[in-house]
Design a protein around this ligand. Structure first.
Ligand SMILES: N[C@@H](CCC(=O)N[C@@H](CS)C(=O)NCC(=O)O)C(=O)O
Length: 289
């Protein structure tokens, strides 16, 4: 009888008291641990951390006023990865500051301070939140956080949006293969690995072929790959193909893939795409070879 009473009356503290005490102690420990973490975490010297200079920013000739958290994108002028995020933010009219770096110049870049993988793009917040890195992650953040801002850049249909992300992955693979090819080719010729170059070239050609098929199979009269709206897939394709074109690694690609070329040219000429075209930086030769 007593047992039953105890079981039925935890709210009165008859049986639950030890649990509550244990839970409170656990909670107290976790709060103390959190405070210690905050105090003891090695902090970056203030002058090395990017801080937005103002609550208004200029992007592509337009002045934006920041409401809430100010965003900063660490980019590199030729980076097709960062270009995807820049276009998404511009399309949605989200203010952000752009910091250009050369991630391979170790003595100057701040990239490793924010991403242990030492790669950009990186999205920074001015409210102490952890940075977000990897272009796909940042793109996802932009799409979800600013879902109320048009264009949505996704369709809302699960299968179509999965396809959009798949196309984005394909484009990032093309970009990755290009980067690996580019640095292998920076070695002296007798030090270059032919099988490695072949492998990366195969990926670039495979991706271009697949993108050409996608461009050809889009709905007649539509400028976009999926549905009738611009998605992250369109942005990714323009950036990946733009990199191939900019780097000049596939002479004659436009004649070989007229479907992809027509699709790419139409989007690439639009303002936010035109304003973010890749620009080469001065890469110190000895930084990576
Ligand atoms: N998966 C990454 C790749 C980014 C990437 O490779 N960025 C290049 C610049 S375009 C970089 O920072 N490379 C420096 C390195 O690999 O150490 C992403 O999508 O953000």
């Amino acid at each position: 009888m007593n047992d039953r009473k105890g079981f039925l009356t935890p709210a009165l503290g008859v049986r639950a008291t030890p649990y509550i005490k244990r839970l409170s102690a656990q909670w107290l420990f976790s709060v103390i641990e959190h405070i210690l973490n905050l105090c003891c975490r090695p902090s970056l010297p203030a002058e090395t951390i990017y801080k937005p200079a103002a609550s208004t920013v200029q992007n592509a000739g337009v002045t934006y006023t920041c409401i809430g958290v100010m965003l900063t994108i660490i980019s590199a002028t030729p980076s097709p990865y960062a270009r995807m995020n820049r276009i998404a933010l511009l399309e949605k009219g989200i203010p952000f500051e752009l910091k250009n770096e050369v991630p391979w110049h170790e003595s100057e870049t701040k990239t490793p301070l924010y991403n242990p993988l030492e790669k950009l793009p990186i999205l920074l917040f001015d409210d102490g939140r952890e940075p977000v890195y990897d272009s796909a992650q940042i793109q996802e953040y932009i799409v979800q956080k600013f879902a109320d801002k048009s264009p949505r850049l996704v369709t809302g249909d699960l299968d179509t949006d999965l396809k959009a992300r798949q196309i984005q992955t394909l484009c990032e693979g093309l970009m990755d293969a290009f980067v690996l090819l580019f640095f292998e080719m920076k070695r002296d010729e007798d030090k270059q690995s032919k099988p490695w170059l072949d492998r990366q070239n195969r990926k670039i050609d495979g991706a271009l072929k697949a993108l050409n098929e996608l461009a050809k199979s889009r709905k007649e009269g539509s400028d976009y790959l999926l549905a009738d709206v611009m998605t992250i897939a369109d942005i990714a394709v323009v950036c990946a193909v733009g990199q191939v074109d900019f780097a000049g690694i596939r002479q004659g690609w436009q004649d070989k893939y007229p479907g992809l070329t027509a699709y790419w040219k139409e989007l690439d000429a639009r303002k936010n795409f035109a304003d973010t075209k890749p620009v080469m930086f001065d890469l110190k030769h000895d930084t990576v070879v």
